[in-house]
Design a protein around this ligand. Structure first.
Ligand code: CA
Length: 226
């Protein structure tokens, strides 16, 4: 696993890098924001540990640029800034974890290990299947550039399907992921909602995206299933 540490306090940077290397992790260090961005934009890191207050580009700006460029490296913010507003801003910008200074190395290490265990995920807030677009941050849905109004459950169902494009999802899987424990109905609720969704997302358009896979479930894909 290859990590990038962006930290301008040399003592902290050296201490953290030494500790991580002792765990057999490969660690590159950048001592300012511009050098951090430069490395992060060129190397496909598994994890980036990012200070916020840096000379040159701020840590938040490095993070924003990374996500804008579709860079999916897990990111842990390591900073003295402990205000909720800072945490919210950086999680919104695409951070995966946030640890405030002063910190214990043992805690940094367990967080690093937990992040490295996660499978890579798509971090773009926008899911795209053909001309369908779902913005997971604003929960807005568009098709062919046209805004589509959905209810909360219709949106939940579409988001679940769109997060697994091309994959057949059974009614049971859909109910488990889209409805909560308070729901005690039958899985045919899925068919009802798929019908609602189709009238809004597919019926007005020539290409149908929501496919019924007989005996198996549903699938969101551009290619029609037999
Ligand atoms: Ca700093």
């Amino acid at each position: 696993m290859r990590l990038l540490l962006v930290e301008d306090e040399k003592k902290v940077a050296d201490f953290v890098a030494r500790g991580l290397r002792a765990e057999r992790l490969a660690v590159d260090v950048a001592y300012d924001g511009n050098a951090g961005w430069d490395l992060a934009s060129k190397v496909d890191y598994d994890l980036i540990i990012l200070d916020l207050m840096l000379p040159g580009m701020s840590g938040t700006e490095v993070l924003r640029r990374l996500r804008r460029h579709g860079r999916n490296a897990a990111t842990l913010i390591l900073t003295a800034r402990d205000a909720t507003a800072d945490k919210v801003e950086n999680f919104d910008a695409g951070a995966d974890d946030y640890l405030t200074k002063p910190f214990a190395f043992a805690e940094l290490l367990v967080r690093v290990k937990a992040l490295l265990r996660r499978p890579p995920v798509s971090r773009s807030p926008v899911l795209r299947i053909a001309d369908l677009e779902l913005d997971r941050q604003t929960q807005q849905v568009r098709r062919g550039g046209k805004r589509i109004e959905l209810t909360a459950k219709e949106y939940g169902l579409l988001e679940y399907l769109a997060s697994h494009p091309g994959r057949v999802l059974s009614r049971t899987m859909i109910v488990e992921h889209v409805w909560d424990e308070s729901f005690e109905g039958l899985t045919n609720i899925v068919d009802v909602y798929v019908r609602h969704l189709r009238t809004k997302v597919d019926d007005p358009f020539p290409v149908k995206l929501i496919q019924t896979v007989r005996g198996a479930g549903y699938c969101l894909t551009e290619a029609a299933q037999e």
